[in-house]
Every structure is written in structure tokens, then in C-alpha cells.
Design a protein around this ligand. Structure first.
Ligand code: ADP
Length: 482
């Protein structure tokens, strides 16, 4: 798909940066230049905020069912344009086309769900302790909100903020990742077509730090929802202090994946591939530490290696490709560093480890599915997010040991384990210090369930009715009866 829109969406109009400055969007598989997009600065960020502020009163005042209508149309337009959106996503991000198709459906599902839920933003009455008082609790939209999103899910990370925010009656400014703004513009274009009024959704690409500073400096913006690295999330927390702005932070993870002796090993292998190797290992819920119980260790590793060996590595648009490129050269350098560091500390490569170019015209950003054995806590693999298709595996003996190893992380986003013992399933699910637990499930994320972390993985939840609360303020009305 040729990108249709390559400019910023502000107040229903497409605009270049006032300075004329642009950023290049390239295909990570080929380095082909796909588009030049605006490199907006503070002035355009202020214009986007002003547009969202102007659009707020009318949008917020609409009955929920009327806000739901254009949102539902947006979701359905995304499905109508499914193939074009998926192709565009793969071109700017790299993931295999089949995964990009899955992402578009997944992205649309957040809007559909929120559009339905808009009608169920209920308040409450609370029994008073005074006969002459009535207590009402109202839920009202937070106001103007901003979303700052990453490149690994260029469509879904936007819609799971946009859906509940707009459904709740907020207006929004989206700042997509510089690597993948085209999917964001495509959503903006479809939002206009769906009848979402001008200014309700604004999309600006540009310098992240400048735009973020402008957003936090303007007291109009009452909430920022961010998905990205813990490092940037920490910076945003500091900036949010100046106007006491609400935050949702979905930050880094370091997921454990535990396989117990009593697991269904084939299911565990399938779950491991889904959770670890999707998007070439570039998701915040990817396992970074596999712990396998001694009794099944050899069999699990052999089965996993056999399943990974034939996976085709190549450009995402090519038929049959299961692993696409890493996003950029910095990502490649990190994956290489983690593999080299592990080997220099005594780990061994069971599979893969190679970073290469799979064909003519393709970049050197492709990494074969990799299994590293003999991993220990001293290695970078064990405590830094690798963001690549590398599975570091460690053997354990007792359940308590696995839980201790799994919880030994400053992060707390996703965790996974496989067992067929019902009592163990409860015990381990309760003991894991993570916001998400996949118990015999390698792909737990879905539109109706709460997604988010604890500890340094952030706070706030996306998905389901929990997401709506992120965009609603609670107002207590005390009525005196005299
Ligand atoms: P990643 O390592 O996945 O690229 P980042 O946290 O760097 O994660 O990026 C996630 C989002 O945060 C992107 O939209 C990026 O442009 C934005 N970003 C990066 N640096 C800053 C910053 N200093 N302030 C605000 N946003 C930022």
C-alpha cells in the first residue's frame, strides 16, 4: 500500500510541519524510503492540543450511544481496509504479513469493545449515614488526553488507548513512534471517514521529547497514556508532576516462562513460540527467561528447537516468513551484545545466534530463532529486555525455586507457566508478581481483559472496563435534603 496520508492530522486537516522539517520512514527489511513525514515541534503540538480542547465540549456532551456510532464505524472501516493496513504496517515495521493482519483485527477489537462499553459508564448511589443526605458518584471524562506509543504494535498500541478514551468522552492527541507513524495516520484518516469530528483525534509525528514537554507544560492535557521503555516512562513521571497529570504507563517487561514436569509439553512449545517469537521477539510481554524443570528439560528443549529450526526468516511481505527483521541497527547491536555476553559467561548456543541478511536487497537485521542454554543470573539476558528472537533457558528443580527465580526481577508485566496440576496452577498464578499471568496460555492479551504491569513495568490497565476507568474521573456529589 502506498501511504495515503503522510502529514499530521490537526483539527480535521492534514498539515506539514510549519518549519517544513521531515523525518524519513523506512522499511527495516530493505531500508527502502517509504515516506517523509512531518517533524513537528512545539508549535504544532500546541495546535493539536488547542484542537482537542476546542472539540472537547461537544464530544463530551454527546450521549454515549452517539459517540459509539463513529467509533464502531472506525472499527468496521479498519476491517474493510484490513489488507492495505496490514501491508502498510509490515512495510514500516517489518513483522510478517500474517502477524500484521492479526494486529489490525486485534487493533479494531479494542475500538469495538470500547464503543460497546461507552453505554455502560455507570455511576453509583451510596447509602448515607445521615437521613438528610444522598450520596451520588458520577464518572466523567478526564478531558483532553495524549497518547505516546511505540513502534512494535503501530496500530494496536494506538487503538487500545484511543478506543476507551474517545468512548469515555475525552479528546486526544496521538504521538506515534518515529519509526511507524504511517499506521497512525491511516487510523486518523479512517477516523475522519467514520465521522469522528475534527479535533477529537489529532495525530502528530515529530520530535518526541519536544512534543512530550509541550504536552506536559499545558494544563489543558489532563492525562497521558504511554507505552514504551521504562527509561522514558520515568522521565514522563517527572514531567507529569508539574501539572499533576494522570498517567498510565505500560513499560518494559522481563517475562518468565516456567515449564513444570507435569506440563503438556507440546502446548508449552506452542505457547513459547507464540509468546517469544512473535514480532521477532520485540514485544514487552515476550519471555526473556525460560525456567524448565529437570524432569522435562531435555525433552522440552529438543521439541522447541525442532519447532524453531524450520521457521523462515525474511522480509515480512514474503510468503511463509515467520520471523521478520529487527526494527533498526540499535536493536541488532543489543541482541548481538546479549548473545555475545552470555557466551562469554559460559552459556552455549543450542540453536541460531546468527544475525544476517537473508537475501538480495535485504538488510543485515535478521536474527535466526535462537536458544541459549546454561544461562545464569550474571548474564545480561537474565536482567535486560533483549527484544529479539532469543530464548535463554535455565533448569530448575523445585516449584519454590522457579517462583523465586521468576519473581527476581524489577519488572512485573507478563509471566507464563505450564502445568496440568490444578492446585499448582492456583498456587503459582497467585505467587507470580506480575500484572498478567498466562497459565497454560502463551497469548493472553485480548480486548476485554486488563493488560498492564506492576513494579517497574508501570501502572494502569488497558483493555476491558478497566481501560475505561483510566479515562474517567470520579465525582462525588453530596445532596443535602432540607
Ligand atoms: P522503544 O525503546 O520501544 O523505542 P521508547 O520508550 O524509546 O521505546 O519509545 C516509545 C515512545 O516514546 C515513542 O513514541 C518515542 O518517540 C517516545 N519517546 C522517546 N523518547 C521520549 C521522551 N524523552 N519523551 C517523550 N516521549 C519519548
Amino acid at each position: 500500500m502506498t501511504p495515503v496520508q503522510t502529514r499530521n492530522l490537526i483539527d480535521g486537516e492534514w498539515k506539514t510541519a510549519p518549519s517544513g522539517a521531515t523525518l524519513n520512514v523506512t522499511n527495516p527489511a530493505t531500508d527502502e524510503l517509504i515516506a517523509e513525514v512531518p517533524d513537528a515541534g512545539a508549535e504544532q503540538a500546541r495546535a493539536a492540543i488547542a484542537a482537542a480542547r476546542a472539540a472537547l465540549p461537544a464530544w463530551r456532551a454527546l450521549p454515549a450511544g452517539e459517540r459509539a456510532e463513529p467509533l464502531a464505524r472506525l472499527a468496521s472501516l479498519m476491517q474493510d481496509k484490513h489488507e492495505e493496513l496490514a501491508t502498510l504496517l509490515t512495510r514500516e515495521q517489518g513483522k510478517p504479513l500474517a502477524e500484521a493482519r492479526g494486529e489490525i483485527s486485534y487493533a479494531a477489537s479494542f475500538i469495538t469493545w470500547a464503543a460497546e462499553e461507552a453505554k455502560r459508564v455507570y455511576g453509583e448511589t451510596v447509602p448515607s449515614s445521615r437521613p438528610d443526605q444522598r450520596i451520588l458518584v458520577l464518572r466523567q471524562p478526564v478531558g483532553v488526553v495524549a497518547a505516546i506509543t511505540p513502534w512494535n504494535f503501530p496500530s494496536a498500541m494506538i487503538t487500545r488507548k484511543l478506543g476507551p478514551a474517545l468512548a469515555a468522552g475525552c479528546t486526544m492527541i496521538v504521538k506515534p513512534a518515529e519509526q511507524t507513524p504511517l499506521s497512525a495516520f491511516a487510523i486518523g484518516e479512517l477516523a475522519l471517514e467514520a465521522g469522528i469530528p475534527a479535533g477529537v483525534l489529532n495525530v502528530i509525528s515529530g520530535d518526541a521529547a519536544t512534543i512530550a514537554q509541550t504536552i506536559f507544560a499545558d494544563p489543558t492535557v489532563r492525562k497521558v497514556s504511554f507505552t514504551g521503555s521504562t527509561e522514558v516512562g520515568q522521565k514522563l513521571m517527572v514531567q507529569a508532576a508539574q501539572n499533576v497529570v494522570r498517567l498510565s504507563l505500560e513499560l518494559g517487561g522481563h517475562a518468565p516462562f516456567i515449564v513444570f514436569d507435569d506440563a503438556d509439553l507440546d502446548a508449552a512449545v506452542t505457547g513459547a513460540i507464540k509468546s517469544k517469537f512473535r514480532n521477532a521477539g520485540q514485544t514487552c510481554v515476550c519471555p526473556n527467561r525460560f525456567f524448565v524443570q529437570a524432569g522435562v528439560y531435555d525433552e522440552f528443549v529438543a521439541k522447541l528447537a525442532a519447532a524453531l529450526e524450520p521457521m523462515r526468516v525474511g522480509a515480512g511481505l514474503d510468503e511463509g516468513v515467520a520471523i521478520g527483521p529487527l526494527i533498526d541497527d540499535a536493536a541488532v547491536a543489543k541482541v548481538r551484545d546479549h548473545i555475545d555476553d552470555a557466551r562469554s559467561h559460559g552459556a552455549t548456543l543450542r540453536l541460531g545466534g546468527e544475525i544476517f541478511s537473508p537475501g538480495p536487497g535485504l538488510t543485515q537485521r535478521f536474527c535466526r530463532p535462537t536458544i541459549v542454554e546454561g544461562v545464569d543470573a550474571s548474564m545480561k539476558l537474565s536482567h535486560e529486555e533483549t527484544f529479539g528472537p532469543v530464548a535463554p533457558i535455565r533448569r530448575f528443580t523445585h516449584e519454590a525455586e522457579a517462583i523465586e527465580l521468576a519473581n527476581d526481577s524489577p519488572y512485573g508485566l507478563a509471566s507464563y507457566f505450564y502445568t496440568r496440576d490444578a492446585a499448582r496452577l492456583w498456587r503459582v498464578a497467585e505467587a507470580l508478581e506480575y500484572g498478567i499471568v498466562g497459565a497454560n496460555d502463551g497469548a493472553p492479551s485480548t480486548a476485554q481483559a486488563p493488560f498492564g504491569g506492576v513494579k517497574m513495568s508501570g501502572f494502569g490497565r488497558e483493555g476491558g472496563r478497566y481501560a475505561m476507568h483510566e479515562y474517567l474521573d470520579v465525582k462525588y456529589v453530596s445532596i443535602g435534603l432540607s
